[in-house]
Design a protein around this ligand. Structure first.
Ligand SMILES: Cc1ncc(COP(=O)(O)O)c(C=O)c1O
Length: 394
């Protein structure tokens, strides 16, 4: 299957006015996603919110099948959430951690996850330890194996960090976690939508992701996967009468499926948008998406690398479609503003979003350009040309 770039760009209104290279921030929604949400919102206004939900019930229910199909899970293993952070928190805070328990994580762990580790460590006396990297800066799975003992109660890593193209060996970690019976929570926020995600191959027990980035869904959507065998053992950190119906005056009963992590009220327009975004990606094919993402990101790294003194910061031998760089003499915000002036969207990555990695590599705030399959080679050239022009002002 190859990418029909012309059609996909015709279905992406945002490409008309901008060169959008901020898919790690939020991808451009395609028309079908926009359409389903606006139609649904209109229906809410016309017939009422509860009535519109009843009318769309089969489609809303189908979102679980779509998400499950995307990651090779079963629908009862999926909870829909308002973002990846809530999905991750629901899983993490459900785990019973005690004094002396060890949480193993990766160096480029996302700030939201790491501060939660710190909070639980403060509350319980659990300890956080960093899995060493190999010579390429990639999580070293053999080193992980050497760290294991009976006090390791959680392995929680980010697959593709927010601050660069690094791809950690999530499946190797999964094999080790499974072999030792250790719960494994994988942050797949920057991976879903740009590469194949198969929970069986990954060997993860829990996986969190967002809808708005490489999946091209709406903002305010995310999901959590929890492996069926673990579900019954996890009590959500907070419950309501949806996830845990009130069955007797003194008793609630947790739902048997992953929706025990959800609450009653939801943004149904956004949920439908997420479902359509997932179906849209599947119809294109995740493999061709992954191949094109890597090609464009590779072109960008090569182009940036040819500009004197510009530094590309991405780690690892097979980086994903997040390209981070610095231009000497210009702060990341100045570069972003300059590029915005040329009609190009990028973002910046602050040290505080991946503090341990930033400190280890002495990274300042860096520029983050994240192409997607619908970008063109010409757009990649436009970015490198604009960066070159800025560099030449020095
Ligand atoms: C690696 C990683 N994990 C988690 C998140 C949080 O996702 P959300 O904003 O949907 O909660 C992000 C967001 O940028 C991220 O890059």
């Amino acid at each position: 299957m190859s990418i029909d770039l012309e059609r996909l760009r015709a279905e992406t209104p945002g490409v008309v006015s901008r060169v959008h290279l901020n898919n790690a921030g939020a991808g451009l929604m395609p028309l079908p996603v926009l359409q389903v949400m606006t139609d649904y919102l209109r229906r809410e206004a016309e017939i009422g919110g509860y009535e519109a939900a009843a009318e769309a019930a089969p489609r809303l229910d189908g979102v679980y099948d779509s998400v499950a199909g995307l990651i090779g899970a079963a629908r009862d293993e999926i909870a829909l959430t308002e973002n990846a952070t809530v999905a991750w928190q629901m899983a993490f805070y459900a785990l019973p951690l005690r004094a002396g328990d060890r949480i193993l994580t990766a160096r480029a762990e996302y700030a939201a996850n790491y501060v939660a580790f710190l909070q639980v460590a403060k509350r319980t006396g659990a300890v956080i330890e960093i899995i060493p990297d190999d010579a390429n800066g990639v999580l070293d799975a053999e080193a992980l194996e050497r760290m294991l003992d009976e006090r390791v109660r959680l392995i929680a890593i980010t697959w593709v960090p927010t601050n660069g193209g690094l791809v950690n060996p999530a499946a190797d970690v999964g094999r080790i976690a499974r072999a030792h019976g250790i719960p494994y929570l994988l942050d797949a926020c920057q991976a879903v939508g740009q590469m194949p995600v198969d929970v069986a191959a990954l060997g993860c027990d829990m996986l969190s992701a967002t809808g708005r980035k490489f999946l091209r869904g709406p903002r305010g959507t995310g999901f959590l996967y929890v492996r069926r065998e673990l579900l019954g053992k996890l009590e959500p950190p907070m419950i309501d009468h949806f996830g845990a119906p009130w069955v007797a005056p003194d008793r609630y009963q947790l739902r048997p499926d992953a929706r025990r992590f959800e609450t009653w009220e939801n943004n149904y327009a956004a949920r439908l948008g997420l479902g359509v975004a997932v179906d849209y990606a599947q119809a294109i094919g995740i493999e061709p998406i992954a191949a094109r993402c890597r090609t464009l990101a590779g072109l960008l790294r090569t182009g940036l690398g040819q500009i004197p003194d510009v530094t590309v910061h991405d780690l690892g031998p097979h980086p994903a479609a997040i390209v981070t760089f610095s231009v000497p003499g210009f702060g990341a915000d100045a570069v972003k503003t300059h590029l915005a002036g040329a009609g190009i969207n990028v973002s910046t990555s602050d040290p505080a979003s991946t503090l341990l990695d930033a400190k280890r590599r002495a990274l300042p705030s860096i520029v983050r350009a994240s192409p997607h399959y619908y970008n063109t080679e010409d757009e990649i050239d436009r970015l490198t040309t604009a960066v070159r022009k800025l560099r030449d002002r020095q």
